[in-house]
Design a protein around this ligand. Structure first.
Ligand code: FAS
Ligand code: PHB
Length: 402
């Protein structure tokens, strides 16, 4: 048995774990990351593309923002196309100057990986069968296997940054956690292509045929999404099928301008709203997708992970720098306040912009629900105060000081 120790054990080397590890390191707080797969596999997951101001500022504080600031695109507005009209949401104008950065999660993760390696920080990739022990005691520890060897990692705290399917949330006894969930009756088929994006700004489209999103990674790389039935598979969709359907859902002039090309990645993500309460148990803290999931319609998933990191980073800095452990118990309360705002916005945007077919999930028939959503769009897309609500939520609510 290999015995190692650190101050904070981090489970998962996705954006949450890597960002937390880098911030703690900057404060002289030792940490070890245990990751189930290879770094290349982590980078191969194509996910988020929009970073809130708060996230970008945290990456700058971590000292890892050079490429993001050089290559990330500042977006001062976003477009919603619905009911035959195109509505521009002036993020900067409606929020007094706040904007978002368009920079892929893959890039942020790559930058954080490089910074961690450059700092010589310990990351165990391909670590198998991680188990968390004595999380309610004074000295929790983690066991795992790596390259055929058994390891025991002693620590003061454990940050469960291991995503929705990780081990951390399951470590909290079922009778100690409440899980809130809404599974949507559709998924998103995403396509990445080295083609010039159809628009400078993102376009969220509600069409008669279902939702579509035109996003981007750079001036030469595009990211598109289509709402698809839950039982669709990637194999059901050739590139040509994707492009033809996208053209039918985009506004006509955007469809005419669409440049198509071979996909370099294509995948289907199911959509759910999910929150685990509380987000801490003894010396274990749940961070990011380990604690909550949102439908990507509000571009909140990655950004809520960042605000969890911000709260936990503040707390652990106070613990180790000021010997202040009173604030430890406040993590879940502080993190969940902002998580639920992100959950509501993502659920609300998904309700307004998707076709729910015949689903009756709201205690009313689908036609009645659809009429309510018509009115929701009519108010929020056609009034200044309505668009201000969308803009404020989209750029991200302020982070709470613990
Ligand atoms: P992650 O899931 O990214 O990382 C968790 C890490 O823990 C993984 O590397 C995993 O391998 C590791 N792990 C799991 N179990 C482990 C164990 N037992 N031991 C060790 N390691 C373990 N958000 C958006 O804002 N916009 C989007 O368009 C968007 N699209 C998405 C598409 C998909 C398919 C998915 C799944 C999510 C998407 N998201 C999107 C949300 C996504 O970006 C997450 O919010 C973000 O990855 C959260 O980061 P982490 O909390 O680090 O979790
Ligand atoms: C993306 O570019 O992947 C993206 C952007 C905005 C969203 C969801 C996904 O709301």
């Amino acid at each position: 048995m290999n015995k190692i120790s650190t101050q904070v054990a981090i489970i998962g080397a996705g954006p949450s774990g890597l960002l937390l590890g880098q911030l703690l390191h900057k404060q002289g707080i030792s940490n070890v990351i245990i990751e189930r797969v290879t770094g290349d596999y982590v980078l191969g997951r194509i996910r988020a593309g929009i970073l809130e101001q708060g996230f970008a500022d945290l990456v700058r504080e971590a000292g890892v923002a050079e490429r993001m600031d050089a290559e990330g695109e500042i977006h001062e507005g976003v477009e919603i196309a619905a009911d035959g009209e195109r509505f521009h949401i002036d993020l900067k104008g409606l929020t007094g100057g706040d904007v978002v950065i368009c920079y892929g999660q893959t890039e942020i993760t790559s930058d954080l990986m490089a910074a961690r390696a450059a700092a010589g920080l310990e990351t165990y990739y391909e670590a198998e069968n991680a188990q968390l022990h004595e999380v309610t005691g004074d000295k929790p520890w983690v066991s795992f296997e790596h390259q055929g060897e058994q390891y025991r990692l002693d620590c003061d705290y454990i940050a469960g940054c291991d995503g929705f399917h990780g081990v951390s949330r399951q470590t909290i006894p079922a009778d100690k956690r409440t899980e809130h969930e809404r599974v949507y009756p559709f998924g998103w088929l995403g396509l990445l292509s080295d083609t010039p994006p159809v628009s400078e700004e993102l376009i969220y489209c509600k069409s008669e045929r279902g939702f579509a999103l035109a996003s981007r990674r750079s001036a030469t790389r595009s990211r598109y999404y289509l709402q698809v039935p839950l039982d669709d598979t990637v194999e059901d969709w050739s590139d040509e099928d994707f492009w033809q359907e996208l053209k039918k859902r985009l506004p006509a002039d955007a469809a005419d301008a669409l440049v198509t090309g071979p996909s370099i990645e294509k995948s289907i993500a199911p959509l759910r709203s999910f929150v685990c309460e509380p987000m801490q148990y003894g010396k274990l803290f749940l961070v990011g997708d380990a604690a909550h999931i949102v439908p990507p319609t509000g571009a909140k998933g990655l950004n809520l992970a960042a605000s969890d990191v911000a709260a936990l980073y503040q707390i652990l800095t106070r613990v180790y720098h000021d010997n202040d452990t009173d604030c430890v118990s406040r993590y879940s309360e502080v993190a969940l306040r902002r998580v639920w705002h992100g959950e509501r916005f993502s659920w609300w945007m998904s309700n307004m912009l998707h076709d729910f077919g015949d689903e009756v999930a709201t205690g009313m028939d689908s036609k009645t629900f659809s009429r309510f959503m018509d009115s929701e769009r009519d108010y929020y897309l056609k009034t200044e105060e309505g668009k201000t609500v969308i803009a404020r939520q989209y750029v991200g609510l302020p982070y709470e000081k613990v």
